[in-house]
Design a protein around this ligand. Structure first.
Ligand code: BES
Ligand code: MN
Ligand code: ZN
Length: 481
């Protein structure tokens, strides 16, 4: 979808030829003399328009305007949530009207975050999945002009939001594809395609290379599948080589059946989303290609299927990770940590300023935080607070979880250095404690996105989170340097 930044006023907006003109108003709006303001205030007086986010009034061919439809949508107090609700409702309403070109007007100058919220909401409400449909309806809305009063001050925030949308949509697209259309090899293809953008390079390792690196833990997960594993390495270089990179690691299980510790059949299809961490890393690189910040970023994606054949790993098997630590695989369904631990060890070679792994890691995190906030784990206060703020800034929230050493107790075993599961209690934390054993050489954070990365039910689909959070964090690094 194409966004354009405009700074004209309401009178000019009324003259803009488009399928739908969406005016985001609030009651605090000054009494102006232009036709839109006049219409809005008379509709409010008549009680046809209520000043409550999500409420709107749509009219056909309003006189004196060039738009086919005019939508007057309330943003209430103008909070991020209000703006998101208003834009979602208005866009959903015009979607039924075959609208291609939309003009979205802020009547008063929005806060930069509110502008971003509007852009994200517009993209989200108009996204259509088509990849595996034979008669796809496709995306109707092609162009969105964003009108903001107050000149070019908000242009950088606009650019950031548009880049974030490009990343979110890239992530959603790959995450939504079924596992037979999004194998580890397909994901590697998507990463290679990103390397066409200037500043991005991509390298893909297969089973042989991974074996000679000694990634015994990653290989154990993959061995029950006929689909070959891929270890994807992406580089974004926007700063001199001497500057330490941030490493992002995305869990790339393209389908998680649970392995021999098999999952129940109900909703098992949703385990195609078990590569949402990987998709978010790809998405961030897509955004970096747009914004070209002066930082260095490495993306690592250990990708394979967790299936069951005659050579599948069995409960009780002990494997040796790249770090040298042995792991007793007590539950083959706790596979995410097994692929991530080897990627964490691989990350050491980049002497990173920080490593952030992103994973749909535990059902326990869904129980703890639901779909609202991702779980954030980090022993480093300053990294944790930077990620928390990036989440607030981008409306892509996370919540800090504990990492007390006592949570490691349940990972002890008689047969290896560590077991891959503890008990059911505190499952999101024990998973993080397992990962932490492989992070001694760098500053680290872990995002458990099991609850936030996709929606179930009638609107089943990937959300593209936490691309906005990660991008907001990376952009602060580019500024603070
Ligand atoms: N991919 C799942 C986590 C998951 C489950 C995400 C449900 C979203 C919804 C992960 O590989 C897994 O199966 N984790 C197990 C760990 C357990 C065996 C310790 C879980 O959460 O049940
Ligand atoms: Mn699993
Ligand atoms: Zn999994």
């Amino acid at each position: 979808m194409n966004f354009e930044f405009k700074t004209f006023d309401l009178a000019a907006a009324a003259r803009e030829k488009c399928d739908a003109l969406i005016v985001l108003f609030s009651a605090v709006m000054k009494a102006e003399t232009d036709s839109i303001s006049a219409l809005t205030s008379s509709a409010m007086k008549a009680g046809d328009l209520v000043d409550k986010p999500g409420k709107f009034l749509m009219t056909y061919r309003p006189s004196g305007m060039s738009a086919t439809h005019l939508v007057m949508a309330s943003i209430g107090e103008g909070s991020l949530k209000d703006v998101r609700q208003a834009v979602s409702a208005a866009i959903s309403a015009v979607k039924g009207k075959a609208a291609k070109k939309i003009c979205l007007c802020f009547v008063t100058q929005p806060h930069e975050n509110a502008l971003a919220s509007a852009i994200m909401a517009a993209a989200d409400a108009s996204y259509v999945y088509v990849a595996t449909k034979t008669k796809p309806e496709g995306r109707q809305i092609q162009r969105v002009l964003i009108n903001v009063p107050g000149g070019l001050k908000l242009k950088p925030s606009f650019d950031h939001a548009v880049a974030s949308v490009a990343g979110v949509e890239f992530a959603k697209e790959w995450a939504n594809r079924p596992a037979n259309y999004a194998t580890p090899t397909h994901l590697a293809g998507a990463a290679k395609a990103l390397a066409k953008f200037p500043g991005i390079k991509c390298e893909v390792l297969g089973p042989k290379e991974v074996a000679s690196l000694g990634m015994g833990s990653f290989m154990a997960v993959s061995q029950g599948s006929d689909e070959p594993l891929r270890f994807i390495v992406l580089h974004y270089n926007g700063a001199p080589k001497t500057q330490a990179p941030t490493v992002l690691i995305g869990k790339g299980i393209t389908f998680d059946s649970g392995g021999i510790s098999i999952k129940p059949a109900g909703e098992m299809d949703e385990m195609k989303f078990d590569m949402c961490g990987a998709a978010s890393v790809l998405g961030v690189f897509r955004s970096l290609a747009e914004l070209k910040p002066s930082i260095n970023v490495v993306g690592l994606i250990p990708s394979c299927e967790n299936l069951i054949n005659g050579s599948a790993v069995k409960p009780g098997d002990v494997v040796t990770s790249m770090s040298g630590q042995t792991i007793e695989i007590l539950n083959t369904d706790a596979e995410g940590r097994l692929v991530l631990c080897d990627a964490l060890t691989y990350a050491e070679r980049f002497k990173p300023r920080a490593v952030i792994d992103i994973a749909t890691l535990t059902g326990a995190c869904v129980v703890a935080l639901g779909a609202v906030r991702s779980g954030l784990f980090s022993p480093d206060d300053s990294l944790a607070s930077a990620l928390l703020s990036a989440g607030e800034y981008s409306s892509d929230l996370c919540w800090r979880m504990p990492l007390d050493e006592d949570y490691s107790e349940s990972l002890k075993t008689n047969f290896a250095d560590v077991a891959n599961v503890g008990g059911r209690a505190g499952g999101a934390v024990t998973a993080a404690k397992f990962l932490q054993r492989f992070t001694a050489k760098f500053t680290w954070a872990h995002l458990d996105i099991a609850g936030s990365a996709w929606k179930s039910g009638a609107n089943k689909g990937a959300t593209g989170r936490p691309v906005p959070l990660l991008l907001a964090y990376l952009m602060t690094l580019a500024k603070s340097k």
